[in-house]
Design a protein around this ligand. Structure first.
Ligand SMILES: [Mg+2]
Length: 290
């Protein structure tokens, strides 16, 4: 198949278009909104359009080591006025999920101070002598003492959760070990995998983000530049998945991918053009907002 065959037709969206019907959006950051220190073409226009159409959105990231305020500051430095609450991390998804399923539980958390603060805000006791469950984050403050205790508790059979699956984290100096490398360490020591991993591409990321937006998961669409995280997330959650070719994925990668974007645009500016062209029937096909 020619790579271009997967690109959407240049014609305008038709009535019933799934992207037009989406009531909220989940947006990847790196490669989608910015690339390094550069805002990607049309990203500001896309966000202005979502604001004008009253479609709420969250920026989603798997990095559970950083405070969401750092992302908001970066977006502001690029000229986007974004409150920190609009950044949704895998750490918040994990905290939200566990707050619903194990409210107030005593946890052993291997994470950065900002992840500890996230869990404390969600009502968890983190300094307990007898934890009831174990949560692993992308812990850039990890020590041998933490790893040893983590493995001891996992080996003892405590419920074991991880905020996301990434094996490496890209940096300007090259990849550095992310949480997936720690999961592999724990597996080598205990022969156990996490009972549940949050973050992209796992559907709990969509379910918890929907909860935050006050929408149903099925009312959302996701846009991102990576097939195996962003597009896989959309596929697993059954929501429209928009691939932008402004980051990692090249058009030629699509043919061999098990993950199928529902829409492919060169950048968010093209996605804005699509949304602007939505027929009134599609735009008015969902019930009025309460
Ligand atoms: Mg990306």
């Amino acid at each position: 198949m020619a790579a271009d065959a997967t690109l959407p037709p240049a014609s305008a969206p038709q009535a019933g278009d799934r992207l037009c019907a989406a009531r909220g959006f989940l947006l990847d950051l790196d490669g989608t909104v910015f690339l390094g220190d550069r805002l990607i073409e049309g990203a500001a226009r896309f966000l202005e359009l979502l604001d004008a159409q009253q479609k709420p959105y969250l920026f989603i990231t798997n990095n559970s080591s950083k405070d969401r305020r750092l992302y908001a500051e970066k977006l502001r430095s690029l000229g986007l006025d974004v409150p920190a609450e609009q950044v949704f991390t895998s750490g918040e998804a994990a905290a939200l999920f566990l707050a619903r399923t194990r409210p107030g539980a005593r946890l052993f958390l291997a994470g950065t101070p900002s992840l500890e603060a996230e869990f404390a805000q969600h009502g968890f006791a983190l300094q307990a002598d007898s934890p009831e469950a174990v949560v692993l984050g992308y812990d850039t403050t990890l020590t041998y003492a933490k790893l040893s205790r983590l493995c001891r508790l996992v080996r003892a059979g405590l419920p074991y959760f991880a905020t996301h699956p990434d094996i490496n984290c890209p940096t300007p100096e090259g990849p550095v070990p992310d949480i997936g490398s720690t999961i592999a360490f724990v597996r080598a020591s205990t022969s156990r995998e996490p009972d549940l991993i949050f973050g992209k591409p796992n559907r709990e990321m969509v379910e918890m983000a929907a909860l935050r937006l006050g929408l149903a998961p099925g009312e959302l669409a996701v846009a991102g530049d990576r097939l195996y995280t962003d597009i896989a997330l959309g596929n697993r959650a059954g929501i429209p998945a928009v691939l932008v070719l402004s980051g990692e994925t090249q058009p030629g990668d699509l043919a061999g991918s098990p993950y199928r974007p529902d829409y492919v645009f060169n950048h968010l500016g093209e996605a804005a053009g699509w949304l602007q062209a939505c027929p009134p029937a599609a735009a008015g096909s969902h019930p009025a907002r309460p």
